[in-house]
Design a protein around this ligand. Structure first.
Ligand code: GDP
Ligand code: ZN
Length: 456
């Protein structure tokens, strides 16, 4: 994973474009650069160069910029070539670079390898490196802004500040351990409990922010369920604003699940329209139904749609289906009951009950439903200072919280548990360190960077 050879890749997107960028990074690229290009390169200055092949035929006129180590993205020498953006042309330039680079063992970069080097050379920590990929993948303006803040180090700074506070507390506790007879008094004087409370509230705050950041990055998987013909496909179409699912009055039309991603207030919502969940002899339909159950088992939120005309009465079949759905949901996944076809009700019935009433046909109530979806999924309006976060980060924060809570119990037990108190603080610190990459096993590192695109 952590090879030392110089690497090269096309850094710009595939396809035709005005400009195509090739990036080369290595510990010593000066002689390579002067063999490749005709004119000398001054660090951090763009120069117009002509690139020639082995027979001295011109390949392209390009702009070259040389970044001398350590003042570069990767922390190594970096040569950036801004060529004309044709795929064939870029291939020729790559070929020429690899020819000239033979003597320095120039290799094609693996996905994320440039950023991995930036991380290994302490140009950024792991949370920032992940933010590079998230910035590129960002699906909404809010996600871009949050990823940019994480890349600038906003998330890492919060983590580091928290680690520092825990360190202070640990120093306090551990130094007390040497003087057992004075332990309690000492800790009281040093306000250990107050400090621990401060750590807890900071961690809780960070976790809440990270949760928002995770929603912004990954979006919400929303699964539409309900009996055949209640209007699931119509609602999906209404939300997506176009015809994505086939709507017909024949029950069982939606044979396979249909997936559509939309954004509500910048939050990506991945909606899955499930095939009518019923027993069937049809093989294709049965497959679709099985996949619907898979979607339910990984949902963030389930919308349970009913025909408003049947709202009051629930058939035994419906009750059974609903119970089955609830049993299949992942823990803490909310289920939102919504009554559709409200346009068929008398106008006064519209406001009569607590349950959300909509009409997929006319669009009435759909805006309200969108707001409810965000609310129930735990999304709060993007604030200044939001960050982008991943499942990995949330897991670390959750585990850190568990250790801190245990440490709190040990602290309350007094005297004999102070060692355990300190140990739990230590474990919490380790979890936080995994977010910034200070304590991360190599295999996990490989996994994280392999998800990057090539050239990044
Ligand atoms: P699904 O089986 O749950 O996916 O239901 P569909 O979306 O295929 O809709 C079944 C039938 O109900 C179709 O004829 C739709 O036009 C009709 N329908 C769906 N939503 C509404 C609604 O809000 N009002 C009325 N009047 N009809 C609807
Ligand atoms: Zn359908």
């Amino acid at each position: 994973m952590t090879r030392k050879v110089p690497i090269i890749a096309v850094a710009s997107a595939p396809g035709k474009a005005g400009v195509g960028v090739i990036r080369i990074s290595g510990s010593e690229l000066k002689s390579f650069a002067s063999s490749l290009l005709q004119k000398p390169l001054a660090p951090r200055q763009a120069s117009l160069q002509s690139l020639r092949d082995g027979h001295n035929n011109i390949i392209d006129q390009l702009l070259a910029i040389y970044f001398e180590a350590p003042a570069s993205f990767t922390g190594e020498d970096v040569l950036e070539l801004q060529c004309h953006g044709g795929p064939q042309l870029l291939e020729l330039v790559m070929k020429r670079c690899l020819e000239v680079g033979k003597e320095i063992d120039l290799c094609i970069a693996e996905p994320g390898e440039f950023t991995l080097r930036a991380y290994l050379n302490n140009k950024m920590d792991l949370a920032q490196a992940e933010a590079v990929a998230d910035l590129i993948d960002a699906q909404s303006e809010a996600a871009v802004r949050s990823a940019a803040r994480s890349l600038q180090g906003a998330f890492s700074d919060d983590i580091n500040a928290l680690v520092e506070e825990i360190t202070q507390l640990r120093i306090l506790v551990e130094s007390t351990l040497d003087f057992p007879e004075e332990e309690i008094e000492f800790l009281e004087n040093a306000q250990a409990k107050e400090r621990l409370q401060k750590v807890i509230s900071r961690l809780a705050h960070l976790r809440a922010n990270a949760k928002q950041g995770k929603i912004l990055r990954d979006g919400i998987q929303l699964v539409l369920v309900g009996a055949p013909n209640v209007g699931k496909s119509s609602l999906l179409n209404r939300l997506a604003g176009e015809e994505v699912a086939i709507v017909t009055p024949i029950a069982g039309t939606t044979r396979d699940r249909v997936k559509e991603s939309i954004t509500i207030n910048g939050v990506p919502i991945h909606i899955i329209d499930t095939a009518g969940l019923r027993d069937t002899q049809d093989e294709v339909e049965a497959k679709g139904i099985e996949r619907s159950w898979d979607a339910i088992r990984t949902a963030d939120l389930v919308v349970y749609l009913k025909d408003a005309a049947n709202a009051g009465k629930e058939s035994a079949k419906d009750t059974k289906l609903k119970a089955e759905i609830i049993a299949a949901l992942p823990p803490k996944c909310p289920i939102l009951e919504v009554h559709n076809k409200a346009d068929l009700l008398p106008a006064n019935a519209f406001a009569a009950s607590e349950t959300l009433k909509i009409s997929a046909k006319t669009g009435d109530g759909v805006e309200g439903l969108k707001n409810r979806i965000l609310e129930i999924a735990g999304w709060s309006a993007p604030q200044e200072g939001g960050i982008l976060a991943r499942r990995r980060h949330l897991d670390c924060l959750d585990r850190a919280m568990e250790h801190i809570e245990k440490s709190e119990q040990f602290a309350a037990n007094g005297n004999n548990s102070l060692e355990l108190f300190a140990e739990e603080l230590h474990l919490a610190q380790d979890e936080l360190g995994k977010i910034t990459g200070k304590l991360l096993p190599d295999d996990l590192l490989g996994k994280i960077f392999s998800q990057f695109c090539i050239g990044k």
